[in-house]
Every structure is written in C-alpha cells, then in structure tokens.
Write a protein that binds this ligand. Structure first.
Ligand code: NI
Length: 133
C-alpha cells in the first residue's frame, strides 16, 4: 500500500488531545494514531450495512439488580432469528457473564446488541463481529 502525505489544519486543543491519545495508546507517532482512528471509524460504518457477519455479544451484569435476566430474555426472543446460542456463567454470588453468539446482517446485529447493552444495570457490554460473506 503506497503512503501519501497530506497537511492537516487542526485546533490546538484537538492536537493536544491527539498527542494524549498517542501517548496513552503507545503509538509511535501522530500518523499511526490518525490511521487507527480513521480505520476504526470506517469499520464502525461497515457494521451498519447489509453484510452478513457473525460474532458475539458479551454482557456482564449483577443479576440481583432489577429484572435484567428477564429483560435480556425478552429481547433475545424478539431477535431469535439472529441468535445461534447463548451461554450464561455465574461469576460469583451476584455477577453474571453472558455470551451470545450471533449471525446476520451487520445492521441488525448492531441493533440487537444496542438494545441488550442499553438495558439498565448492564455493567459491561460489547459486540464483536467478523464478516462471513
Ligand atoms: Ni448468573
């Protein structure tokens, strides 16, 4: 891949934020950080499309807070065509880890994951996807 140089005008504050980002993520220079930011952003855009992808939704929550398990089950029934399997692990007395394997259109999985992760009381939620078409 050929590399092209271009000039960028940017506010001082934004440049300082970029330099912090470079340091925090141990990038070797600003160019590397900018490349990463652009490709992350493009990947997110791709996830909003009709490509068939497979992946997982990972959720961590305290099952004693509100009715999280019931709400998660309702949402999964609404989207049952996208769900391959789900696994529930009791991490300790209160905390649960749920891993839901999913396959379907990227935009549909993004919608499903968004609903699951947005359930009140979810401590951590993440969708990861790989293209399969
Ligand atoms: Ni549990």
């Amino acid at each position: 891949m050929s590399v092209v140089r271009f000039g960028v005008s940017i506010e001082k504050e934004l440049l300082e934020a970029l330099d912090d980002y470079v340091k925090e993520n141990s990038f070797s220079n600003r160019s590397q950080a900018i490349r990463q930011l652009i490709s992350d952003n493009l990947a997110i855009k791709k996830w909003k499309c009709n490509n068939i992808v497979a992946g997982s939704v990972t959720l961590v929550y305290n099952h004693e807070k509100s009715d999280i398990p019931g709400i998660l089950t309702d949402i999964q029934h609404d989207y049952h065509k996208l769900i391959l399997s789900s696994q529930h692990f009791h991490l300790d007395n209160n905390n649960c880890l749920e891993i839901i394997a999913v396959k379907g259109k990227a935009k549909d999985l993004t919608e499903l994951a968004g609903k699951l992760i947005a359930v009140k009381g979810i401590q951590h939620g993440k969708l990861s996807m790989s293209r399969v078409d």
